[in-house]
Design a protein around this ligand. Structure first.
Ligand code: PBG
Length: 331
């Protein structure tokens, strides 16, 4: 028995709902959510993604509708990912530089539909555009080349910024890309376009459904371990974050989310900068599978996991549950 008992009873403040509300340390709101959306070709198209039950790819008209829905729900930002038509994928991913590619068209329809009422975050990496599914240019042995890839990523970033992207989010994990992209944006008159760096992105087994969604999964040979981080490393994440901040990142991201909350906490405590986390496709699928199996209540699982990101210090979370969670939070 502790010396302070019974003077200290931690259950006292938990006894009534009003008191729990008053003592709550963090409060999740729709403004904490970034909604990832998958874009596909055509019009009037909705393609459900089997490994991500409840998530679909939308043609650009559907993307515009989702953007309006997000504004109405109080979600401040969308994250876009294209499912490039197979015929437009190539060894060098040149479609990433096409000013009329799916990504650019989606940015423009969102702008037309919502003006500046919502932020548009665009993924920078070549995997939705390459015929081999890697995030960059490869040599004869399949090794992803750093500096040549960075040049492509700069072109891709400028292309997205010209179409109206608000936040460039490089997810490729090449060294030096944040600084190079920053310089190019400044040079092209995009001083206010932000960079959210996927700073600590791990070579994770939780990305499978995403690769189905963008259509790169079946193309990918091997893995991404020569550029994405080893799940065993924490110290190295701090070096990645330091490097991206020094190169001009406005905010940093940790990815995946729940298995890496320790990294979120270390990054937040060390750098005191805006930190975001990506609750990735495999995490979403796990929650959906648990709920479908009767192993937990879906809504409660969603809100509990999202609240955990806030408690760990995140400014916000990319989550496929964004619209559902916002509806729950708006009551
Ligand atoms: C690729 C990219 C991936 C994700 C976002 N951008 C997958 C990968 O690195 O293979 C994963 C997101 C998710 O699983 O939800 N540049």
């Amino acid at each position: 028995m502790t010396a302070s008992f019974p003077a200290t009873r931690l259950r006292r403040t938990r006894a009534a709902a009003w008191s729990r509300a008053m003592h709550r340390e963090v409060v999740l709101s729709p403004a904490d959510l970034i909604w990832p959306l998958f874009v596909t070709d055509g019009s009037g198209v909705e393609e459900p993604i089997a490994s991500l039950p409840g998530v679909s790819r939308w043609s650009v008209d559907g993307i515009a509708a989702r953007a309006k829905e997000a504004v109405a729900l109080g979600i401040p930002c969308l994250a876009l990912f294209p499912n490039t038509q197979p015929g437009r994928r190539s060894e060098d991913g040149a479609e990433a530089l096409n000013p009329d590619n799916l990504m650019c068209r989606a940015i423009r329809v969102i702008r037309d539909a919502c003006g500046s009422d919502i932020g548009v975050l665009t993924d920078v990496a070549l995997d939705p555009y390459t015929s081999h599914g890697q995030d960059g240019l490869i040599d004869g042995a399949g090794y992803v080349l750093n500096d040549a890839t960075v040049e492509m990523l700069v072109g891709q970033s400028l292309n997205q910024a010209a179409a109206g992207a608000d936040i460039i989010a490089p997810s490729d994990m090449m060294d030096g890309r944040v600084g190079t992209i920053r310089q190019a944006l400044e040079g092209a008159g995009h001083a206010n376009v932000q960079i959210m760096a996927y700073a600590a992105k791990y070579a994770s087994a939780f990305y499978g459904p995403f690769r189905d969604a963008v259509g790169s999964g079946g193309l990918l040979k091997g893995d991404k371990k020569t550029y994405q981080m080893d799940p065993a490393n924490g110290e190295e994440a701090l070096r990645e974050v330091a490097m991206d901040l020094a190169e001009g990142a406005d905010s940093v991201m940790v990815k995946p989310g729940l298995p890496y909350l320790d990294i979120v906490v270390r990054v937040k405590q060390r750098f005191e900068v805006p930190v975001f986390a990506y609750q990735v496709s495999g995490e979403y699928a796990m929650i959906e599978a648990a709920a479908a199996a009767g192993a937990g209540d879906r809504d409660a699982l969603v809100l509990e996991t999202l609240t955990a990101f806030k408690r760990a210090g995140c400014s916000g979370v990319l989550t496929y549950h964004a619209a559902h969670a916002a509806r729950l939070l708006n009551g």
